[in-house]
Ligand binder design. Sequence first.
Ligand code: GLP
Length: 232
Amino acid sequence: MKWESCADYGALSRTGAAIFLEQVRLNPKSVLGLPTGRTPVGMYDQVVQQCAREYACFSEISTFNLDEYVGIPKEHPGSYFAFMREHLFADVDIDPSRSNLPDGMARDLEAECTRYEARIRAAGGLDLTFLGLGRNGHIGFNEPGTPFDSRTRVVQLHESTRSANSSLFEDGHVPTHAITMGIGTILKSRRIVMLVSGTGKEEAVARLREGKPDPAFPASALWLHPDVTVLV
Ligand code: GLP
């Protein structure tokens, strides 16, 4: 695991964007795993700014988001679909048929999870996946206790996660469930870059640095992967 301490949020965002764009330039058909949350917003801003100057930056790129809420329509401002449209997809030349998020409105959620895994496989697997870090160590929506070989599935959100993510939902209407890629799905990505920023994450960072893979702390699964960079 490589660690890089960035001077501030701007530096973290620029470093993340440089890794993102290098991947896209080296392999214009890359398959990317993408996160939501406050942390990656600055990285996406940088990517958009730099892609605006280039021709066909994203035209052959495929993306798979880590997760999406269950029961929240795409048009809802709190959906991860709306987040991705606002922060990345509306401003780059990505082919909508290649930008994938789990469908949390699917009638058959189990079938949707199986379909999502199959789509990742059919795209050739994830080349590079960006992750954020939840205060309790969650990655995607894999909460503490998630087995490291877990795959895309429906999960119940912890109360702490619901409250951390409540700002775009009216009081009491924060979703209770989500579809998330599993830890096993994430670990299959050829390369992983974790971005860590935000208050109250010091303890999570310290725990990650311990280097002991433990399902009680989901992010520690990254120690089992050969190519992980953590930007803090
Ligand atoms: C949500 C997302 C995670 C993200 C986490 C941290 O729970 N599902 O993928 O890493 O929030 O978000 P933030 O970057 O806002 O701290």
